[in-house]
Structures are given as C-alpha cells and as structure tokens.
Design a protein around this ligand. Structure first.
Ligand SMILES: *Cc1c(COP(=O)(O)O)cnc(C)c1O
Length: 389
C-alpha cells in the first residue's frame, strides 16, 4: 500500500475546465471571471454578505486587522491553540498580542479566560482592537458565549475559519459570526486552490475596502495615486478556477471527512486509551482533521512514540498544534489560562493529542488499515517493534 498522508488535495476533475477557460479568454492576469464566480459561490454557500478572495488565509487575517485599524502598540487577543498564521499578521502590524487558552469541550477559546483577560484589559485602559477566535480542526468555538462577551466590551471579532469552512454552529456557517471571517484554501485544507484564502465581512463596505487594500491601495485617478499603504493580496484568476470547481464538491468533501471521523470513532470505541475530539451539541463539524487524545502515560508513551510507530507502518500522523504562548517567537507574551493555577487546557491537549489521516480521498481499505495500525501500535510498548499488520 502507498504511504497514507494526513490530508492531500482532492481534485474533482472540473478544475482543468475553468483553468482552460481562463487561458482561452486570456484572463491569466489577476482577477477575472473565475475570481468573481468563486467569490459568488463562497457568498452563496456561507451566507456571508460579501467576500474578497485573497492570495492566502494569512493575507485575509492581515487585511481584517488593517480594516480594524490595528497598528503599532495596539493590543489583539488570539487563541493560543492554533497554527501560527492566526497570530503572525498581528506582528506584521507592530501590535501586541495576548493569548487565550482553550476550554475542553471544543478545544477552542475559553469564554471564562477571555472574560478575565478583557476585565483586566479594561482596568488597564487597554482593550484589544480585535479578538481572533479560531475554530480548530473544523469544530466551532462556543460562539454564543464568546460573541456575548466581546459585545459587552465592544470588541470586534475576527473568526479564523481557515479549517472550518462548511461547519455550522446552531445552523449558522462558521466564519459569519464575527465582524470578519477568514477561510484558507491551502493545499491541505478541506478544499484547495493550491494556495489561497478569502475574507468575509458583516459590512459589505469593509469588503470594498479590503479589495482596495489588496490591490496596492490604488486611488481612482488617471495615473497611479496612493494615499495609503496597500498589499498585493488578491487571488489569481487561474487559482480561482480551481476554487470554482472545488466549491461545487465542497459538500461531498465534508461528508467524506465526517465519514472518516465516524469510521475511526466506531473502530476505536472499545480502546480505552483513545478518545475522539469532542463534538459540541448544536454544532456540525466538517471534521477537517480527525483528531484524538491518547491516555498513554501509564505505558510511558507519548504521541511522538505513536507518531513514529505509525510512520514505520507508512502512515502520516501529527501531534496537535503547539500552543503559541509556548513558542519561542512569542516568549513573554501574556496568556490567560482556562482555570487559573491549573495546567492550561491547550498544553494538556498538545501533550496528549494526535491528528490522523483525514483526506476526503481515503479509501475504505486505507481507513481500515489506519484503524488497525493504531490499535496494534497501542498494544506494543514504548521500545516494542511493530510488525506488519
Ligand atoms: C491554514 C491556516 C491558516 C493560514 O492559511 P494560509 O492560507 O495557509 O495562509 C490560518 N489559520 C489556521 C488555523 C490555519 O489552519
């Protein structure tokens, strides 16, 4: 059997038609009909009021922060348990960051930690200009609680829905709760344009401004006139052709990934050491990645041991995101834990968790192989050799 990867691109076959259309009409340059059509499809699917397709999800976060006028020495709050792209744009703008812990039911931002952080910030007269809430692995954060808290302090929300396109919370699409939401179409995401992203906003005027900033902030004039610093952040018309075709199969891709999760859950329900990522009632996860926590301390094993044994069996797995507050690049950054004085929830998750092969193109045979492999690996001891299954 070939190596089984965590998450690989899954083309529908129709991507080439839209790319060909761009070549046939010579719409190679940035923008063009594929971009417009791709944005329209995202808008229809998510119910967002307006969309700007970007060169990456990171670029979309950067634009959202700019539109909220985040600058030097401003404060921005961000989930700690996430990929670094969630927080990097804060630093691009010279702003400061405070990281917020996760809570155990969704693994996403803890409302109680956020509340404490905002109360302190208010006392210090330094409320954040934005709170970046991440929906990891497809699971929505507790949006009712988080939105209520942010509204009570008058702080805008940017939802990092890079991993949660198509997930819902109480029937509403992930990414559409905040003032801004962002999606990513990087190669490993639920659908891909090989590289790309999108910004959505409650206020369509904000998206007009985003398009302006993303195209070098060119003023309306007969020559090149600039009053502000802009970026080259728009998606190309070629890549948007891939996205157009991918949007047409998004529901199928979500169903396949949800099926992976249910398959694993069913296979491992009798294995005590394995716990599937929790699912919040009233929310539907796209299950971008199937993730688990492992209770293997007694065996003197860590997820890294499991990862390397799975590797020997030709299976790629990966530990969960290392919390950003513990990254060297963010040393000495303020952090609010879920329960004061206890080990942070995101640190516990990082210590115990593992991501499994989750592609929408996995076959039933591959899923079975992964399931059996994990079972076998967990039966061996730390130094034990895993033989063929
Ligand atoms: C992938 C990802 C991003 C960044 O998206 P890019 O398109 O790669 O820039 C941001 N946040 C999270 C949580 C992600 O997983």
């Amino acid at each position: 059997m070939d190596k089984i990867y965590l998450s690989t691109p899954h083309m529908s076959g129709k991507e080439q038609d839209y790319i060909q259309e761009a070549f046939d009409t010579n719409w190679i340059a940035p923008l063009g009909p594929n971009v417009t059509e791709f944005e329209q499809k995202i808008k229809q699917y998510t119910g967002a009021s307006a969309v700007c397709a970007t060169s990456s999800g990171t670029a979309a976060i950067h634009l959202a922060l700019r539109l909220l006028e985040v600058g030097q020495s401003d404060m921005v709050f961000c989930s700690s348990f996430t990929f670094i792209a969630s927080a990097n744009p804060i630093k691009y703008l010279g702003a400061d960051v405070t990281f917020i812990d996760s809570e155990p039911e969704t693994w996403n931002m803890s409302p109680q930690a956020l509340e404490r952080a905002l109360a302190d910030a208010k006392k210090e007269h330094r409320l954040p200009k934005a709170v970046i809430i991440v929906h990891l692995y497809g699971q929505s954060a507790k949006m009712d609680e988080l939105v209520t808290i942010c509204e009570s302090y008058g702080v805008p929300i940017i939802e990092d829905a890079a991993e949660s396109l198509g997930s819902t919370y109480k029937g509403q699409q992930s990414g559409t709760f905040g003032d801004f939401g962002i999606y990513s179409f990087n190669g490993n995401k639920i659908i891909t344009t090989s590289g790309g992203g999108a910004l959505v906003a409650k206020d369509p005027k904000m998206i007009e401004k985003a398009v302006f900033l993303a195209t070098q902030a060119k003023e309306k004039a007969l020559h090149y006139e600039h009053e502000q610093i802009g970026y080259n952040y728009r998606m190309s018309n070629i890549l948007a052709g891939i996205g157009r075709a991918q949007m047409e199969v998004l529901d199928e891709r979500i169903a396949a990934r949800q099926n992976n999760f249910r398959f694993y859950a069913d296979q491992w329900k009798h294995i005590q050491e394995v716990e599937m990522m929790p699912e919040l009632p009233n929310s539907v996860s796209n299950h971008w990645l199937s993730t688990i926590t492992l209770d293997i301390d007694k065996k003197d094993m860590t997820p890294y041991d499991v990862m390397s044994k799975m590797q020997e069996l030709g299976i790629e797995t990966r530990v969960l995101w290392k919390p950003l507050h513990s990254q060297p690049v963010f040393a000495a950054t303020p952090f609010y834990e879920h329960v004061q004085g206890e080990e942070a929830v995101c640190e516990q998750l990082f210590r115990k968790g593992l991501c499994l092969p989750s592609g929408s193109n996995l076959t039933e045979a591959e899923l079975e192989y992964v399931s059996k492999a994990l079972e076998t690996v967990l039966k061996t001891n730390k130094g034990g050799v895993v033989s063929a299954i």
